[in-house]
Unconditional design. Sequence first.
Length: 152
Amino acid sequence: MIRVQREDFDIGAEIEALTGGDREIGAVASFVGITRADAGDGPPITAMTLEHYPAMTERQLAEIEAEACRRWDLTASLIVHRHGRLEPGERIVLVVTAASHRRAALDACAFLIDWLKTKAPFWKREETDAGTRWVAARAADDRAAERWQGEP
């Protein structure tokens, strides 16, 4: 399941809705991305704006999720990604994977996080007291995604 939305999400409610008492699920893995104030290479971030083209973004997220389901035996998966202006401490993304066994849930969750970071078409603009700047791709994110190039 994929959702791109402006509003915040409730992590517990999202996991409960996804798993819904399914007795075949033996493991749930999740990741929550949160807006940071520390960019690591400049002044503190006061806000970040995520922009996207809805049809293109949703299609790409669905392809990424489908790839995770192809590689691992998942019972369910969820990607919720926010857009719009977010301040430090606000949630950006939720990834949840559910499977019969922990390894599939954990690996699929890590895969989704890495591929979302490098392949999801969101454009990020950081605001600081010194002005605004577009966020460039980071080599470390590309290296993390490269580990998933082969089959699991």
